[in-house]
Design a binder for this molecule. Structure first.
Ligand code: ACO
Length: 332
């Protein structure tokens, strides 16, 4: 099987940092509640940087880190669910800003599992298409623009930033398992502009309004408890299935990078897998939940700390709005 290798990574986070204490000024909350229930202490918030900018900065760093030039990139995949425009795709904008001329570019909307989905897609293109050898994945998120700052149960959870990685064809094993449960689409959502035009028959249009009625305008709604239960069962399931494909067990993994949504979710997932928490890389305390950017930022930090050694078995696992979940396992 033609496999893939991650040869470069990058990240970008905005300068502004909000601590738990800052949220106490706008909603009825406490550092103690946020720390105990989520593990989050601080998060970076966009100072107006759009998603494309954060993606381009992280992508540039990943290309430099990999030692490749824009001409080496055959495909750009962007996993942002918080793009700046309905059209064009954020991937197209990032491609242009990075001067990548001989490539095609695609957006993938798979929320917090986006980076795992993008890796899977990169591998499939690399394995089946002779003209795709090097792929740039960018995962920028401006998720705080969807946050309702009057809703204490969601506003404290999210931050902004971007991660990126350069993937190339290699004789290295890579396995992934992806799944979606669309019946749970109403468990996390943010609504776009509603359809309608100058000639819309309002009576008829009403039939289609408010498919998912909770929440406010375009703000993010989340059924926290249900997502929590989903995550603690589906993260272990995804890792187990990906490992089965690879012919080993989750216990054989040297390091696991989980989506950083809630410290307690990761703790419970580790327990359900019968694995020590030490196998899981955590940076949620510093960044909060940055949706699809979480996993590539973790990867970049681990590489920067020289914590990944050649031959290490690495597991990535994500879940999010959709509801979607997925895992990837590979040898570093
Ligand atoms: N400060 C103080 N109290 C709070 C806060 C807050 N920030 N938020 C909620 N509470 C209160 C609630 O109002 C409730 O009070 P009540 O008992 O008087 O009604 C109490 O705390 C308990 O609320 P729960 O919702 O049961 O708290 P829980 O322990 O479940 O934590 C949380 C909530 C953190 C949202 C958790 O459910 C969670 O992490 N869910 C999963 C979120 C997730 O994984 N999202 C990822 C996907 S995001 C994406 O895809 C883009």
């Amino acid at each position: 099987m033609k496999g893939i290798k991650i040869i470069g990574t990058g990240m970008y986070v905005p300068e502004t940092v909000a601590a738990n204490e800052d949220y106490m000024k706008i909603v009825d909350t406490s550092d103690e509640w946020i720390t105990q229930r989520t593990g989050i202490k601080t998060r970076h918030l966009s100072d107006g940087e759009p998603s494309w900018y954060m993606g381009a900065e992280a992508g540039r760093m990943a290309m430099e880190n990999a030692g490749v030039s824009p001409d080496d990139i055959d495909l750009v995949l962007c996993t942002s669910v918080t793009g700046d425009y309905y059209t064009p795709a954020t991937a197209n904008i990032v491609q242009g800003k990075l001067g990548i001329e001989h490539a095609f570019s695609i957006d993938i909307n798979c929320a917090c599992a986006g980076f795992v989905y993008a890796l899977d897609m990169a591998r499939r293109y690399i394995a089946t298409e002779d003209d795709v050898n090097t792929v740039l994945i960018v995962s920028p998120e401006n998720i705080t623009k969807l946050v309702d700052y009057t809703d204490r149960s969601t506003c404290v959870l999210f931050g902004d930033g971007a991660g990126a990685a350069v993937i190339t064809a290699a004789d290295a094993p890579f396995y992934s398992y992806l799944m979606a449960n669309g019946y749970g689409a109403d468990k996390i959502y943010a609504q776009s502009i509603r359809p309608g035009n100058a000639f819309t028959n309002r009576e008829k249009a009403e039939r289609f309004q408010e498919l998912f009625p909770q929440g406010n305008e375009h703000y993010m709604y989340m059924a926290g408890n249900e997502v929590y239960k989903f995550a603690t069962t589906k993260m272990p399931e995804a890792l187990q299935k990906a490992c089965e494909k690879a012919g080993f067990t989750p216990g054989d993994l040297d390091i696991i990078i989980p989506h950083q949504a809630n410290y307690r979710i990761i703790q419970t997932a580790a327990k359900n897998l019968g694995l020590p928490l030490e196998k899981f890389y955590l940076n949620i305390e510093r960044y909060g939940n940055i949706s699809s950017a979480c996993i590539p930022i973790c990867l970049h930090e681990l590489r920067g700390q020289n914590r990944l050694k050649p031959g290490d078995k690495v597991g990535l696992v994500g879940f999010g709005a959709g509801l979607v979940f997925g895992a990837a396992v590979f040898e570093y």
